[in-house]
Design a protein around this ligand. Structure first.
Ligand SMILES: [Zn+2]
Length: 330
């Protein structure tokens, strides 16, 4: 099997060029594909009025019937209203609003009217107090969020650059008042997920959910919300991006990795990866490569690491071996 993919270094170049091309296309044909991983396996969850990606678990469309109170409260109009009222009512106030507040009715603490000449002064005080409270709470929350972020990313073994990228996403969420009504942990997790994608060290929603103690659905939903509100555009991930990590977690050699990347490159050329979840393709390619090079892993092991089902691996494996005419006996 000598061809251009056998040459070291070449396949990755080809793949990234291809990837860029696919990204351009995917922006215009989003309807029946997961915007995150490009998978076409979408599941309608009618009870919760959602469409969920079967491959990566992302909640793609929560507008089927009813978006639920959590969502409804955060349209722009409502956000503006709340913003104008002043301090948010949720626990973004660190003391939940229990600290002394200068009364708004122009009465002193004994209920007596405040003389008109003093009112301007009271007004200023109120304004100041509100400012101090908000900034104090925001700072505390930020400190908490950043420590969560550090904890999560070290559990995921992420490099410093990804943490930085995630904290940038988180801070812009704060600045754009997107945290309200959401858990800090959830927003942190979603920021991390986005940062991993941006830095090309993708983690699955499952992995992020596991370390952050936030449900996969909440991570996915919050991620969708953040990327939409902050106008973050991330290209779908390529199966290649998952190969090194899956391989090292499976204890597979660099040779197996390269072979898996070759297989994916060929599959991309033949259009076998479009509409397929990238983790499933990566897993199947690694599985095939492990067998070809005598480092066989079970489908179960590979499936577990990749966070996909054995059925997915078998399906991808079938497509790949048939279409690429690889005589693999498994
Ligand atoms: Zn997906």
């Amino acid at each position: 099997m000598k061809d251009k993919f056998s040459e070291k270094g070449k396949p990755i170049e080809n793949i990234s060029a291809k990837k860029r091309m696919q990204n351009d296309v995917s922006d215009t044909e989003k309807q029946n594909k997961c915007p995150e991983c490009g998978s076409e396996e979408l599941i309608g969850d009618y009870e919760r009025a959602e469409v969920v990606c079967a491959s990566c678990g992302l909640v793609i469309d929560e507008n089927l019937v009813d978006m639920g109170p959590e969502w409804r409260a955060f349209d722009h109009e409502q956000r503006d209203k709340r913003t104008r009222v002043g301090a948010p009512i949720t626990y973004t106030i660190h003391d939940k609003g229990l600290s002394t507040m200068i009364d708004w009715r122009n009465k002193d603490i004994y209920g007596r009217d405040i003389p008109a000449r003093n009112r301007a002064q009271w007004y200023r005080l109120r304004k100041w107090q509100r400012k101090i409270r908000i900034s104090g709470a925001t700072e505390r929350n930020l400190a908490f969020a950043l420590s969560e972020l550090d904890r999560d990313s070290s559990r995921l073994g992420l490099p410093r650059s990804v943490r930085e990228a995630a904290s940038v996403v988180y801070r812009s969420a704060v600045e754009n008042k997107l945290i309200r009504g959401r858990s800090i942990e959830g927003v942190v997790a979603a920021s991390l997920y986005a940062a991993c994608r941006r830095c090309n060290v993708p983690r699955t929603l499952d992995e992020i959910a596991e370390v952050s103690r936030v449900s996969k659905k909440e991570v996915g939903r919050t991620y969708r919300f953040l990327t939409r509100e902050l106008n973050i555009k991330l290209p779908p991930t390529s199966p290649v991006d998952y190969v090194p990590r899956f391989a090292s977690e499976l204890g597979l050699s660099g040779e197996v990795q390269s072979r898996a990347i070759e297989i994916i490159g060929k599959a991309m050329e033949k259009g076998l990866t479009s509409g397929r979840g990238p983790t499933g393709v990566a897993a199947a390619a690694l599985y095939i490569a492990s067998v070809l090079l005598g480092e066989r892993k079970t489908q179960r092991d590979v499936a577990d690491i990749a966070g996909v089902t054995e059925v997915t691996i078998r399906n991808r494996y079938k497509e790949l071996t048939e279409q690429l005419e690889m005589g693999v006996t498994l």
